[in-house]
Design a protein. Structure first.
Length: 82
């Protein structure tokens, strides 16, 4: 099964990325996921179910420990074109 995760962390800071946002970027970038798109207002990544679910667990633990007060996420099953 292939999954797509979309997430945001808060609080926002429009002047510079807060520590929890930098941690989120690192977690997702190092998780061996495909189609990673990290932006200021939302982030997406795709991959196999085990990789995405593992990354989501790490994302929640590490961003909350780094000062996030809210993590919003959505996980969807996507068609596997491979």
């Amino acid at each position: 099964m292939r999954l797509r995760v979309e997430f945001t962390t808060e609080p926002f800071d429009l002047d510079e990325a807060p520590p929890h946002a930098l941690v989120a970027r690192e977690v997702i970038s190092s998780a061996q996921l495909d189609a990673v798109d990290v932006g200021p207002f939302g982030n997406t990544a795709e991959g196999g179910a085990d990789q995405v679910l593992g990354a989501v667990g790490a994302l929640l633990r590490e961003t909350l420990a780094s000062g996030a007060t809210r993590v919003s996420l959505q996980v969807n099953v996507v068609e596997d074109d491979r």
